[in-house]
Design a protein around this ligand. Sequence first.
Ligand SMILES: [Zn+2]
Length: 710
Amino acid sequence: MTDRMKAPSTFLVDVAWLRQRLGEPGLRVVDVRPALEQFQSGYPWAHIPGAVYLNMQQLFTVVNGIPGKLTPQATGEALLGRLGLSQDDHVVVYDDSGGSLAALLAWLLDYWGQAQVSFLDGGWQAWQEEGETITAEEPVVRPATYRARPEEGKLATAEWIAAHLGHPTVALVDTRTPQEFQRGHLPGALNVPWEENVNPGLAQRYRSGTTLHRQFAEVGITPDKEVVVYCETGARSAHTYWALRLAGYPHVRNYEGSWAEWTRRAGEKPASAVSTGQAAVGPCGLPVASPAPVTAVEWAVAPVGRATRDQILAQARARVPEIDAYEVKERLDAREKLTVVDIRERDEWVQGHLPGAHFVPRGFLELRIEEIQPQRDVPIIVYCAGGVRSLLGARDLQAMGYSNVFSMAGGFSQWKNAGLPFIVPAVLNEERRTRYSRHLLIPEVGEAGQLALLGAKALLIGAGGLGSPAALYLAAAGVGAIGIVDFDAVDLSNLQRQILHGQSDIGRHKVESAADRLREINPDVKVIPHRVLLDSSNALDIIGQYDIVLNGSDNFPTRYLVNDACVLLGKPLVDASIFIFEGQVTVYDPAHGGPCYRCLYPDPPPPGEVPSCAEAGVLGVLPGIVGSLQAMEAIKFILRIGEPLVGRLLMFDGLEMTFRTLKARRAAACPVCGDQPTVTELIDYDQFCGLPSRHAIVEGNGHGINALAR
Ligand SMILES: [Zn+2]
């Protein structure tokens, strides 16, 4: 008998076994991880070296979202041939976590007379966990001819089952969840959920052959029987097929059409079979059994202190309704009001979760559930990796009065192995969690806020007095990309206030000196130097690359240019200026209401009206304060927290040590953001230098004073 000739140890292989044999002639590795987007665009995607990728949806028709019934044999042969497989190969199959997809292919190859088939226990996750080599190189495939030699004893058809119903030597095993089983099953079937064949966890590992044997024998499935396994579509049952083979059962058949086909042919929906409470006979004469009424196990059957693990689980299972992945998907697709809670640990969550799920590790479930869903009657679906922890979690939510709690059977493993969509969250690695730990402690920032900062792009106009503190704090805060526009070189007279630069930087370009300093503060930050004179030819290109602009320029032409460019591009601008002991800060964001610079100062003043740069001194610490305020506004804007300085001018007087706020309104007649703008492209004003006098800003000199209101 073929079975006896195969070394039983190779039904199931572990990572070490595969590592030692990779590359041996005749050993072929097939990757059947769910057809995620990544595989639709082909390699390069990481896989076990030499593995070929098989899209299971081409080999099986898809039933309820998962591959189920076989495509015609010729189609399957052609597909396997294109992958270069032949019947003499020893094929090792793996999927993401050792789930039923791999089992399904392994069963098929076994049925089709493959010389040797092995199932990689724990799948890709086990391979990665053990730190094995991976590659993104596409393997060389030489197409071959594949001819299946079906061994009929490994397949069950509806006809075969119908002819053997009630036969004493045939055991029918339904491997679906108890909930699915209760809705309807084949007459005389025993329910052994496939999850019971594996140890729960992220990477599913089969239990030992001895444990499996005991588990099957306990429910009356003995090796002398012809065992027929089925589930909804034939995938989960393939998992149990393999479990039975491991447990030493010589005669196992997988009903690949499974319940989906049986009920279709019986002309009977499972739901109605349950509701009638009677066996139904369809056009093809295939009966459908509805189960005996389920006797609910009372909650306090065993004193808690004495209950074994299995008793606790049995109690939870009797009390908590289970729902399978496909049904969850359907209900989410129907936009039902559902709260989905993932109670796994962080390291599991980060590898992928259901779309829209809330992450609450089991240990925090009771403490945080009310923040997530205060209403006790809204349906809550709890899931974990394999459907065990979620039973217990759901049970505890029931104890809190949640009346509509479900546990997702099979957990995330089943969801993922069924090829249903999931989200791999962006998360902070350990180093970043440490670097930004003071941010993470702030509820308004947290991990999501920190990720927003890391994803943000800020542009500093000028790496001088204002740009220095702003850049240092933005970099330290982890703003992911910081652009700096500056054409100047570091001069000795800069060092009195421009703290980005040091003695050894004198003569270097400021953008280079700044980039070195910022990278030293935080290597997470990408510093983008723009060593140009900003003018009408380049301002839109440069500013257009960023989310927010901080203006630290010290001259009017640049101030008008940056303002106009930001208005035209709809970018928020954190503007500031300083003068001896005084400074002002505001945020111009006309795209979201509020004025722009020209609402206050429609046109540049004539050059003679302002002091020159050389004449105007500045106390060195002043830009430190004002530039830091700019950084604060930029960070608030990125985090979407607090009240931005939009429509408000913050005036700082360092001698009096006062802050005052003036309101500033958008001007309908503004030449750039007004109702009928006259400035529709960038204008280069002649270079001149300086700031409006203090009187011009604080008291007004005719430039836009009408827009200011105390
Ligand atoms: Zn305006």
